[in-house]
Design a protein around this ligand. Structure first.
Ligand code: 6CS
Length: 343
């Protein structure tokens, strides 16, 4: 979507005065605009709501939240943030990876641990997450506020599988970054990059045979209705990131910068509480609602066959990102190793 269309769309959904980046009154209370990629009550919405509540409780500022679809697709809200129309955006590396190749690290399969405690400890303590990524985002005009996990990735497909042979030639929707396509090619499938809003229809019309997402999203978007076979492959976690337009952020007073960082820390903690047990509860609700749903959990031997293909994706990541990606990967692995030792 081009900027003109974007502005028209934004004007249509809100009564904002265009041209003013923030609406300021005499008391210096601003209205900040924040867009994310999910529906009401989903993980990114919980983060955004908690961010908003913290800001509004601790300052005179207001945060206006725009959910999935209100302002377009994920790439549209990023474009609007870069243009300064929005102040904050939550965009997942699945999409940002097309612009900042290093963030595709999350799509190297079997790199992340599978159990939630380890994943959370990693996000809290990782140097790569907390020091290296902010620099990469800053180089792209974005102030990174936080990265957080949303849930384990689960594959939904028209026929359950237990080996790469079972995925052979299946058209699998992927988020629009090249490394995730490489992962699905390595798994034997045919990757089909699509924006979020096209996934349900593409499954319904069999343009694609399957896709991957955390369970809460499979429930939220009712993907199980059109893709009922759930396969747990343990190959990764859905990670996302909240950020601000850096030009906007850099011009703020220190107390507002501090307020925003504290609000992001608060939102992170609330999200971690929200996601504990979320996938299991969502799965129960899905199964209660639809008796066509099947659940396949790969055992360790079956997982090995997929894991054996991860190395070529790691190699591809290094080819795509050069030295900077290589160093990031080293740090990432070091951080992951520290997590194993803590548990
Ligand atoms: O698959 C997607 O496109 C979407 N999945 C999640 C969990 N959040 C937003 C994202 O756009």
């Amino acid at each position: 979507m081009n900027i003109t269309k974007t502005i028209i769309r934004l004007a249509g959904v809100s009564l904002l005065v265009l041209g003013a980046l923030t609406v300021t009154n005499a008391a210096n209370a601003d209205t900040w605009r924040y867009a994310h990629e999910e529906n009401k009550g989903d993980v990114q919405d919980i983060y955004a709501q908690n961010f908003k509540e913290y800001i509004e409780k601790n300052s005179d500022h207001t945060v206006q939240i725009y959910r999935f679809g209100a302002l377009g697709e994920s790439d549209d809200i990023m474009e609007q943030t870069k243009a300064g129309i929005l102040n904050f955006v939550n965009q997942s590396p699945g999409f940002t990876g097309a612009q900042i190749p290093e963030v595709q690290i999350f799509f190297i399969p079997y790199l992340m641990p599978t159990d939630m405690d380890r994943v959370v400890t990693f996000f809290r303590n990782s140097t790569a997450i907390n020091e290296d990524f902010p620099k990469l985002y800053a180089d792209n005009g974005l102030e990174l506020l936080g990265m957080y996990p949303e849930g384990e990735m689960v594959i939904t497909v028209d026929e359950a599988f237990t080996s790469p042979e079972g995925l052979k030639d299946k058209k699998m929707r992927v988020m629009t970054n090249p490394l995730l396509s490489a992962t699905y090619s390595a798994f034997g499938a045919i990757p089909v990059p699509l924006p979020t809003g096209e996934v349900y229809g593409a499954l319904q019309t069999s343009i694609i045979n399957g896709q991957e997402n955390p369970i809460f999203w499979i429930e939220s978007e009712q993907l199980y209705e059109v893709s009922p076979n759930l396969v747990y492959t343990s190959h990764g976690w859905f990670t996302t990131a909240a950020m601000a337009n850096k030009r906007f952020y850099d011009k703020l007073q220190n107390k507002d910068k501090q307020l925003i960082k504290s609000a992001a820390d608060h939102a992170f903690e609330e999200v971690i509480v929200h996601i504990s047990g979320l996938a299991d509860k969502a799965l129960e609700r899905i199964q209660a609602r639809n008796d066509e749903v099947t659940v396949t959990r790969l055992d360790n031997t079956q997982i090995e066959a997929f894991k054996a293909r991860a190395q070529q994706v790691e190699q591809k990541f290094i080819e795509m990102t050069g030295n900077s990606g290589k160093e990031l990967l080293q740090q990432f692995k070091k951080d992951l190793n520290n997590v194993q030792h803590r548990h």
